[in-house]
Design a protein around this ligand. Structure first.
Ligand code: GLN
Length: 382
């Protein structure tokens, strides 16, 4: 008899990002679906990786991550958020942001624990909660601004609530947390044993001179937070799969127990290169403005189409409603757009467990201007 697997995630299919990117490739469509840039990353950073390899930095670095890289991250955190982080005990380098999120959840969750999670939300969160035997308590973001209803959060907190998951700037909506959100959060978690997981992979992609409300700014929040970051999003190299997690030492100690027998340590030459490159602050300080220009350019072009924009305050993404074009479901329309018009997007329903369908698609605008122009020229035909 062949062994059979009793699935730990019985209802789960393949992530929408893989599906839409495969469909885009099959139909040679312009891919405004999965979030990645189509322009060249820094040649200098590539050269630094190459130099690190040639210098002989090709063996394991410390399982927590290269010490120099962790020191440089701590310096960056100090200068951006005036928070002092211990690079030895409070930072771990991870193979990407999604891994850091999974590891944080696995570190904390016991079967039956409840996790407050918002929808629409990045599609890894809920499976990551469920594979740990924990229970997602799903709260809808308030349409159309996709803000958090804090009164509802308060109502949903129970004796079993172990964690609240936050994401700012937000994938897929481009909303961001403001000061008022932080104040509400502080009141809610004060004197509780609730952890926070904060997905801040789009940390530098905040537009219109607004401030990124990192958990790292607030000691009373940071003392209970795992904060997850991505170098891929910051340096236009999503395929490098390298990021990091910051958490207080006692929490990080447990995180590292999970990490050490899963990934153990990340790609070493990339870490040497990043440690060097991080010293040039202008690269991450200018990023918000650079990407904002892309948002504005795309938004301007899209005025020629029947799609209606939702505001995007940060991230790689902007939502567009198509309710004046067709009544098709988001999945059907996104599929037809890819096959017949040659533009791939992500249906917003993929970010809801109940398939909520408001006739909205997510577009990634972090692309060359020529790519955005070609895509919009196709969308005009609708
Ligand atoms: N974060 C990216 C997005 O939302 C995708 C990451 C992935 O495909 N795992 O498009």
């Amino acid at each position: 008899m062949n062994p059979t697997i009793k699935s730990k995630l019985p209802g789960l299919g393949t992530t929408i990002f893989t599906l839409m990117s495969a469909l885009a490739a099959e139909y040679k469509a312009i891919n405004l679906g999965q979030g990645f840039p189509d322009f060249m990353m820094s040649e200098e950073l590539i050269a630094l990786v190459n130099a690190a390899m040639k210098t002989g930095h090709n063996q394991y670095v410390h399982m927590h991550g290269l010490a120099l890289l962790r020191e440089r991250i701590a310096e960056k955190v100090e200068s951006l958020y005036t928070t002092s982080i211990n690079p030895d005990s409070e930072i771990t380098i991870t193979p990407g942001g999604t891994y850091a999120i999974y590891t944080s959840l696995t570190t904390v969750l016991q079967p039956g624990d409840e996790v407050i999670v918002f929808e629409p939300g990045y599609d890894s969160y809920i499976p990551n909660i469920e594979i740990n035997g924990a229970v997602p308590v799903i709260i809808p973001l308030v349409y159309p601004g996709y803000t958090i209803d804090w009164a509802l959060v308060k109502q949903k907190i129970s004796a079993k609530t172990k964690m609240i998951m936050l994401n700012t700037p937000h994938n897929p909506t481009g909303s961001i947390l403001g000061k008022a959100d932080i104040e509400q959060l502080r009141v809610i978690v004060k004197d509780t044993g609730i952890f926070i997981l904060s997905d801040e992979v789009y940390e530098h992609l905040v537009f219109d001179n607004q401030q990124h409300e990192s958990m790292l700014r607030y000691p009373d929040l940071l003392e209970r937070s795992f904060v997850c970051f991505s170098f891929g999003k910051t340096y236009h190299c999503t395929g490098w799969k390298i990021g990091y997690c910051i958490a207080p030492a006692a929490m990080m100690k447990e995180f590292r127990k999970v990490h050490q027998f899963n990934c153990f340590s990340c790609n070493s030459p990339v870490q040497f290169a990043l440690a060097d490159y991080l010293q040039q602050k202008e690269h991450y300080l200018q990023l918000g403005q650079q990407v904002q220009q892309k948002r504005d350019y795309f938004q301007q072009l899209m005025l020629q189409t029947k799609f209606k924009a939702f505001p995007s305050h940060g991230s790689y993404f902007q939502l567009y409603s198509y309710d004046s074009i067709t009544e098709e479901s988001e999945k059907d329309f996104a599929t037809r757009l890819t096959k017949e018009y040659g533009v791939a997007t992500i249906p917003l329903s993929a970010f809801y467990t109940d398939g909520t369908d408001n006739k909205i698609l997510r577009f990634c605008f972090v692309k060359k201007e020529s790519t955005l122009e070609t895509a919009v020229n196709r969308l005009i035909k609708l």
